[in-house]
Ligand binder design. Structure first.
Ligand code: HEM
Ligand SMILES: [Cu+2]
Length: 587
């Protein structure tokens, strides 16, 4: 018998019997999480290959003639969109969200398991529609991941026929899938936590996933309507975004639309999207740091409020992406101010991560290495964000490689490091096997050092004036010769990093069979997912009885306790310390 918990009550749920019900049309959040992750990682590898092709062109412009200007635009667009939406958003929420929410909250499954299953299959359709655009006449859209009209739908832009329509349709389908999943995560977190799991006892991973999902539910609709409106502009000749314009000597028949309206709608979604990716990473990295430093997270309450504050503020900064659009200077002043205010809760989080490590019993495990790597890359990406957030500094840097360096550091590499750390951290629970530690460490060092070799020089290129989205620089007069040498070096580093992904995949796949059997709680962690009766957990997660929670998620190294960790479901012994509880004061 399997159960679903609504609040503290157990009720029977759909019990699968056949192979197909268990692993294909599965309603088990853990299977759905793995399905989401595999598809996201697969499509992410496509984006990685595209970036390697672009880098080959940029590093050795005379050797690789198969990347012509049109292809280059198409590759940029598909690479950017896939990385942000179809890899990172899908992996953090559809993957980790699905796996962790019920387990960390002490629930048997999501509240709406059937809708959860449909969410994955709709996501798969979105990915197929997206990838189909590689095979249609004209190929995928080359409008840039920002899809700005009017060029996105005008002939002359690669993929202006089929490509852009498939992109917009795919995004629409993705948003439907996300909404079905997202309503599940939010409802499950609010309604299906086990007894004793107060909001202020939830692990920060759950807080991050929760807030990111709320942001998604509020931000994606802006993209959804823009996708519909632009599809109509492109197919039926409406003029929501298309102004009166002549294109290649002809009149495409549009009048009165506003391209700027699209930019506002896009970035009203686009900026919170950065935090849809970042907040789950913030939450997860907090738990990794605490667990592997054997110390409670520093300033738990502050961390929760910072997540909420960052999420709220992320809706009032969007026009910092539009400083060069000719906006009223007062408007720019407002958005620069809000942007800089976001730095405050963000900096608080960084200080708290560092203070969590302070005097900790730091174990340099593979997940910990990735978590510490994240602190570095996030600080560096965040600092250049302060530059770009100021209108006057942004104007000359806009659309240069400084921007490419900044956003890859802060929302490309940083979340990816957390993704890797999280996969290494939860792999023993998900698969029941241990991976090869040495390969994991090699993977870390190649990725971490390679990342800096790729992105640090890009800031310098940008200050020299190397423009973004150019497929070749030619013999541009104002750029010194060193630019070409640097570009070649960046490409070599990028190929090394891309190659190191093979080590990761090899380790993850081969360890499924060759890896040692994992103990149920190899990291001696406190959170509930490590306390399941089976490893990997079975459908329904908890056997006959739901867990009951007695303490927060961070009872590491409690003075006087026999072990250096006390799981959340261990009752509080009044003679011992621990059991700190931010929701209701002490016991
Ligand atoms: C080794 C890994 C990666 C490499 C080598 C790489 C390389 C590149 C290159 C060469 C460009 C085009 C730059 C230009 O000409 O303007 C680009 C753009 C971009 N990348 Fe990456 N990238 C990597 C990982 C990522 C990740 C993880 C993300 C996730 C956020 C990401 C997001 C983007 C975005 C949003 C764009 C902008 C696309 C546009 O301008 O429309 N990249 N990347
Ligand atoms: Cu932004």
């Amino acid at each position: 018998m399997a159960y679903v918990a609504i609040a503290d009550r157990d009720a029977p749920i759909h019990d699968p019997h056949t192979f197909i019900e268990k692993y294909i049309w599965s309603q088990d959040h853990k299977v759905i999480a793995i399905q989401y992750s595999i598809v996201a990682i697969f499509v992410g590898l496509v984006a990685l290959v595209l970036s390697a092709l672009m880098r080959l062109q940029l590093g050795f412009p005379d050797q690789f003639h198969f990347v012509d200007p049109s292809r280059y635009y198409q590759f940029i667009t598909m690479h950017g969109m896939i990385m942000v939406i179809y890899l990172l958003t899908a992996l953090f929420l559809g993957g980790f969200g699905n796996y962790l929410v019920p387990l960390m909250c002490g629930a048997r499954d999501m509240v709406f398991p059937y809708m959860n299953m449909v969410s994955f299959w709709v996501y798969l359709v979105a990915v197929i529609v997206l990838l189909a655009s590689f095979f249609v006449p004209g190929g995928p859209t080359g409008a840039g991941w920002t899809l700005y009209p009017p060029q996105a739908v005008l002939p002359g832009t690669p993929g202006a026929g089929w490509g852009i329509i498939l992109m917009l349709v795919s995004l629409g389908i993705f948003i439907v899938a996300f909404t079905m999943g997202g309503l599940n995560y939010v409802t499950t977190i609010l309604q299906a936590r086990c007894k004793g799991m107060t909001l202020m006892r939830m692990p920060l991973s759950i807080w991050g996933i929760f807030m990111a999902t709320v942001l998604g539910l509020l931000a994606f609709p802006a993209l959804f309507v823009s996708a519909i409106m632009m599809t109509l502009d492109g197919t039926l000749g409406t003029s929501f975004f298309m102004p009166a314009i002549s294109s290649m000597g002809a009149d495409p028949g549009h009048a009165g639309g506003s391209p700027l309206l699209f930019q506002h709608l896009f970035w009203f979604f686009g900026h919170p999207e950065v935090y849809i990716v970042a907040l789950p990473a913030f939450g997860i990295v907090s738990d990794l740091l605490s667990t592997h430093a054997r110390k409670n997270i520093f300033g738990y309450r502050m961390m929760v409020w910072a997540i909420l504050a960052i999420g709220g503020l992320s809706f009032v900064v969007w026009a910092h992406h539009m400083y060069v659009s000719g906006m009223n200077p007062y408007f720019g002043f407002f958005f620069a101010t809000t942007t800089l205010i976001i730095a405050v809760p963000t900096a608080i989080k960084v200080y708290n991560w560092v203070l969590t490590l302070w005097k900790g019993d730091i174990h340099l495990t593979v997940p910990m290495l990735f978590a510490i790597g994240f602190i570095f890359t996030f600080i560096h990406g965040g600092l250049t964000g302060l530059f770009l957030g100021n209108v006057t500094v942004d104007l000359p840097l806009s659309d240069t490689y400084f921007v490419v360096g900044h956003f890859h550091m802060v929302m490309g590499v940083s979340p990816i490091l957390v993704v890797f750390g999280a996969i290494y951290h939860w792999y023993p629970k998900i698969t029941g096997r241990l991976y090869d530690d040495r390969l994991g460490k090699i993977h870390f060092w190649l990725t971490f050092l390679g990342t800096y070799a790729i992105y640090l020089p890009m800031h310098y290129l940008g200050i020299l004036g190397v423009p973004r989205r150019y497929y070749a620089l030619g013999n541009t007069e104002f750029l010194p010769e060193s630019v070409h040498t640097i570009n070649a070096a960046i490409t070599i580093a990028a190929l090394v990093v891309a190659g190191s992904v093979a080590i990761f995949l090899y380790n993850m796949i081969v360890s499924l069979w060759k890896g040692e059997k994992a103990p149920p709680n190899p990291w001696k962690a406190t959170t509930l997912e490590w306390q399941t009766p089976d490893t990997p957990p079975k459908h329904g997660n908890w056997g006959p009885r739901l867990p009951e929670v007695h303490r927060w998620a961070y009872d590491y190294s409690v003075p006087g306790a026999p072990d250096d960790f006390i799981p959340q479901n261990v009752p509080v012994d009044p003679k011992l310390g621990g059991g700190r509880d931010h929701g209701k004061g002490h016991h």
